[in-house]
Design a protein around this ligand. Sequence first.
Ligand SMILES: *[C@@H]1O[C@H](CO)[C@@H](O)[C@H](O)[C@H]1NC(C)=O
Ligand SMILES: *[C@@H]1O[C@H](CO)[C@@H](O)[C@H](O)[C@H]1NC(C)=O
Ligand SMILES: *[C@@H]1O[C@H](CO)[C@@H](O)[C@H](O)[C@H]1NC(C)=O
Length: 315
Amino acid sequence: MASAMSGQSPASAAAVAAAAVLVLTVALVLAGGVEAKSKQKTCDKGWECKGSIYCCNETISDFFQVYQFENLFSKRNSPIAHAVGFWDYHSFIVASSEYQPLGFGTTGGKEMGMKEVAAFLGHVGSKTSCGYGVATGGPLAWGLCYNHEMSPSQSYCSQDYLYPCTPGVDYFGRGALPVYWNYNYGIIGDGMKVDLLNHPEYLEQNATLAFQSAMWRWMNPMKKKQPSAHDVFVGNWKPTKNDTLSKRLPGFGATMNVLYGDQICGQGFVDSMNNIISHFQYYLDLMGVGRQSSGDNLDCAEQEPFNPSYHDAST
Ligand SMILES: *[C@@H]1O[C@H](CO)[C@@H](O)[C@H](O)[C@H]1NC(C)=O
Ligand SMILES: *[C@@H]1O[C@H](CO)[C@@H](O)[C@H](O)[C@H]1NC(C)=O
Ligand SMILES: *[C@@H]1O[C@H](CO)[C@@H](O)[C@H](O)[C@H]1NC(C)=O
């Protein structure tokens, strides 16, 4: 192309380029449906969503804007919050730019996108809440009140060959879905390509990383061949016969199963589970989607855990 154009004026070069595009287009059209089916088109929406089929639909900042974030977390900068000035909308959107091209908030159209953001933030809100009035899901259901565990009772260091503890470093809960234990900081740090094993404090110093660590967990299964919280929520996952027998079905309930297993699920309608559900539904209401769109299989009261009593990122 470059050599064919050499010596031509800019105008005729442009004409050649235009003709080439036309030829290419005609060739693609002639190649027909087979080609179109095997290779879906990708789109660029700037830094926020780039180079994927998921970017062709609305992105998160199209349907979830600053005022909505402020509505959901109106108390986060009040004087008695524990992380005044830390959490902000911009960090949330910057963090999501890594995962929107993979389908976070961008799968299945605008309503599903809004529901997924409410589901993700429902988990986050419940885990970072200061606990006022959360049981009712009322206006005092805080979220983004903490950015680290307030009174760690231990250093969360366990012997691990792959991810040994760094001397002098504590692995108490930090992040938007708090991460605990050296091995979890190790695994998530590897996934994010950030050295969290040596620097777990990054998650309480940088809100983008705090959100990103939570999104990484949302988007990745705990074990190979298992679904992620994202998959079970947006409908990417088809339960096996075993899953059905274990009452694991697609929906919000299974997101709790993926993230928390038997700490939350399979114990009936316990407060810890109800609290996460009420945050999800409260956020659906605030976002204008409405809790009537919570979807089937909202709870995991009777689900057997995907991974019974395993070491997960939240014990
Ligand atoms: C884009 O949105 C439409 C509905 O608005 C949906 O059917 C489709 O699955 C979405 N694309 C992707 C890649 O999720
Ligand atoms: C927070 O982390 C992000 C992602 O690594 C980085 O781009 C940003 O500069 C960091 N912010 C601060 C204030 O260090
Ligand atoms: C299904 O469940 C049974 C009993 O729990 C187990 O032995 C079997 O390995 C499971 N099959 C799969 C494919 O997970």
